[in-house]
Ligand binder design. Structure first.
Ligand code: ADP
Ligand code: ZN
Length: 738
């Protein structure tokens, strides 16, 4: 028999191998070892009864069968194949991505953990000849806590080497055992569930929720594909609906996939599911240690899990008989993977729902243009929740025109009088505030007062940002860092100035203005350490923080009932970008962050500082008026031929030489145009960020109605120039176009 095997090599199609007649053929989804050139690799059986290759002499037999039963469910194989094809990555990369790392090497499913137990009685520890302080500490810990595993010890600063020398000295015993770790245990913010604890109860639904639930439940029972946009204002209780719908679907013997944009930022959602459904909930995201991920994957595969909560890669979770997929905050850009395969988890989820015959719910307060158009044209159903729970009012929004502020107080003003007053008022009333600025660092530009030259990254075409905590200027694209220049690199001038401000400076200014306030900041600089964000969010929930400052990270689905004020320091960050989604992103970010105010008993207020008070995305966000925004944005996309009115594929051609990149870009453009007579091919042109990490970047954009024809034209053009393939990024339905 001939089988089609996906092997872990980028860009390669399915390869055909023969299975010797005397062996039982492997099922679809099983792993096999196959020869590839001079190597042997682990591949996944994607097709049974494959067609014979054109050149029969090249046909080789498989080396061995790793799994006698399907390692991956059949639908996951199909969805991964679709992903590799649609996003022009090939089946190999897409299929291996769905396997946990150890499985990619062909290992069996048992994850081994090494545990350590003290071999000696406490009294002997004192007497025995223990040399290093580390060894002493290790024995102390073991004496106190009994048996521990090496990973936990590692977390306590005690290495495997230390334990091994103790073992050689006969002081401890190391044993290997198969174990499963539960990522909920010990993770701050996610510990709402404990063994033996009674599950949380479902809430009585409001009238609006009841209507939506009745429809969703009926659709879920049809057991066929259906897409639903659940558009509910912030705080309308979408999560409660997901929970109760999940319970219904499980009671009918099917399983649930719950996708969220970023678990580290919103651990509460995973915690809520866990609190309701206990240990039949698994969590899948990239922040898990590989061992934890592995354990969870196998628990899902063995059928011990009813609900998987996870980020985009969880769309490939090995669940069988999925009846419901929820894509929460479906508009969020982090569903798109920015490395190959460049898939959008939201869109792959829709394909999975089709193959499973499942209901898929896209939940959000601010639907993406893609999903909104699908709802408008009737491809998806649409349900709306227009009120907050208990009819709590939406936050009252005021727009503060910073131009008047600058005219009066100079261009350095960061906080308007209105915002200062509002913050003062909240501090006096002991209520919490959230202040958003979507830009990190202290100063965003460092420049010479004499000649005006700014300090740019030597490797990228961007300015360096000054970070005061580390006293260094840093590139946000390649992480290049240097000390703050004392003289200008261009003219030698000695007057170096800074301008522009980020969250670090905002924190500084707020602490100066409100020395008595308890201030916390959340951005990529402050949450590097694992668990740091969960700790801050916990402090906010516990009322230990008065003012929470942050980038877009603090705008995401957090539910802090005591926050009554949201300030947006500059709504304009991001509006000026050469990105056709700039307005959509601004509208979403502002609406989401405004939605953080007034979620509890006390009404909320939001202040938006801007120099573009008349821009439609700012106006619509201030009025929390999605429909008006949608109408205008749709018109813009239609007029300018932007997605979702057309399909788009972007190509980035990278080269250390700018000329060579342009030349290759022009050549590819010509080859694509020749194959796509009625498609639109724009470029080549230098990308808005023309250089990153010493590589010049040239853009090509394809727009048209026929995505498949466009993709084929691109792949054919690239096949003409295999020597540049490595330097060309193909992005189907791009999200980032800078
Ligand atoms: P959304 O996801 O739409 O922003 P949430 O699901 O976070 O809204 O709900 C907002 C708040 O209302 C949460 O604190 C949630 O626990 C609460 N809530 C939701 N539904 C109900 C209900 N039916 N009865 C009481 N409280 C509810
Ligand atoms: Zn750089």
């Amino acid at each position: 028999m001939l089988i089609g095997v996906a092997v872990p090599v980028p860009g390669l199609g399915l390869l055909t191998y023969s299975v010797p007649d005397e062996v039982a053929p492997p099922p679809k989804g099983a792993r096999v070892s196959v020869p590839l050139g001079t190597r042997t690799v682990v591949g996944v059986v994607a097709v049974l009864d494959a067609a014979a290759p054109a050149d029969a002499t090249k046909l080789r037999p498989i080396s061995s069968i790793i799994d006698a039963t399907p390692f991956l469910p059949s639908t996951v194989v199909d969805v991964a194949m679709w992903t590799g094809d649609y996003y022009a990555a090939g089946p190999g990369e897409a299929l291996t991505m769905t396997l946990p790392p150890a499985a990619r090497r062909g290992e069996s499913d048992a994850f081994r953990m090494i545990t350590v137990a003290s071999n000696v009685a406490a009294s002997n520890v004192q007497r025995s000849e223990v040399r290093g302080a580390k060894q002493k500490a290790a024995l102390e810990i073991l004496r106190e806590r009994g048996t521990l595993d090496l990973r936990t010890l590692d977390g306590l600063g005690i290495s495997r080497a230390t334990m091994q020398s103790l073992e050689r000295a006969g002081l401890v015993r190391l044993t290997e055992e198969i174990a499963e770790r539960d990522p909920f245990i010990g993770a701050a913010g996610e510990d709402r569930w404990a063994v033996g604890q009674a599950p949380e109860l479902d809430r009585a639904l409001t009238a609006e929720q009841t209507d939506a639930f009745a429809k969703l439940a009926a659709w879920s029972e049809e057991r066929r594909f259906r897409g639903v946009l659940l558009q509910g204002v912030t705080g309308s209780g979408k999560t409660e609906l997901y929970l109760q719908l999940a319970r219904r679907v499980i009671s009918h013997g099917r399983r649930v996939l719950m996708l969220v944009p970023e678990i580290a930022l919103t651990p509460a959602v995973a915690g809520t599911f866990r609190a309701r459904f206990g240990e039949r909930v698994a969590i899948q995201h990239s922040g898990l240690a590989s061992g934890e991920r592995h354990d969870q994957w196998h628990r899902i595969r063995r059928g011990q899990i009813d609900i998987v909560v996870g980020t985009r890669s969880a769309v490939f979770a090995p669940l069988e008989s999925v009846g419901l997929i929820v894509v929460d905050e479906e508009h969020d850009g982090s569903y798109k993977q920015d490395e190959s395969p460049r898939y959008n988890g939201r869109d792959v989820a829709a394909v999975r729902a089709q193959k499973e015959g499942a209901l898929i719910v896209f939940g959000t307060a601010t639907p993406s243009m893609e999903t909104a158009v699908n709802a408008e044209t009737g491809r998806y159903e649409k349900l709306r929740l227009t009120r907050r729970i208990f009819d709590r009012p939406m936050a009252a929004v005021r727009v503060v025109d910073m131009r008047t502020e600058y005219a009066e107080f100079g261009a350095d003003v960061i906080l308007s009088r209105t915002l200062i007053e509002a913050l003062t008022d909240r501090l006096a009333k002991k209520e919490q505030s959230v202040v958003l600025l979507n830009r990190r660092g202290f100063s965003t530009v460092v420049f010479c007062r004499q000649c005006g030259t700014s300090a740019d990254c030597p490797h990228c075409s961007v300015t360096l940002t000054y970070h005061r905590a580390s006293k260094r200027v840093r590139c946000h694209y390649c992480n290049y860092a240097a000390s703050l220049p004392k003289v200008c690199a261009a003219c030698g001038g000695e007057f170096i100035e800074q301008s522009g401000f980020g969250t670090e400076q905002l924190e500084h200014v707020l602490r100066e203005r409100f020395p008595e306030a308890r201030v916390a900041r959340v951005d990529r600089d402050t949450i590097r350490k694992k668990g740091a964000i969960a700790a801050v969010l916990k402090d906010v929930s516990a009322g230990k923080i008065d003012i929470l400052i942050g980038t877009q990270m603090i705008a995401k689905g957090h539910d802090f009932p005591e926050v009554t004020l949201v300030g947006v320091v500059s709504a304009d960050v991001g509006l000026g970008l050469a990105d056709f989604r700039a307005s959509e992103r601004t509208f979403q970010l502002l609406t989401q962050v405004v939605g953080r105010a007034g979620r509890g008993d006390k009404p909320g207020e939001a202040l938006i500082q801007t120099i573009h008070p008349d821009h439609y995305s700012i106006r619509a966000a201030a009025g929390q008026d999605y429909d008006t925004f949608y109408k205008q944005e749709r018109e813009f996309r239609e007029r300018m031929l932007y997605p979702p009115m057309v399909a788009m594929i972007s190509l980035v051609i990278k080269n250390r030489s700018a000329d060579a990149a342009m030349r290759d870009g022009a050549d590819l453009a010509r080859r694509i145009r020749a194959r796509l007579p009625d498609g639109k091919v724009l470029g080549p042109a230098p990308a808005p960020i023309a250089k990153i990490k010493d590589e010049h970047r040239v853009h090509l954009f394809l727009k048209g109605k026929h995505r498949t024809a466009m993709r084929m034209a691109v792949l054919a053009a690239l096949a003409d120039r295999p020597e540049i393939r490595r330097r060309v990024t193909v992005d189907v339905d791009p999200v980032n176009v800078l």
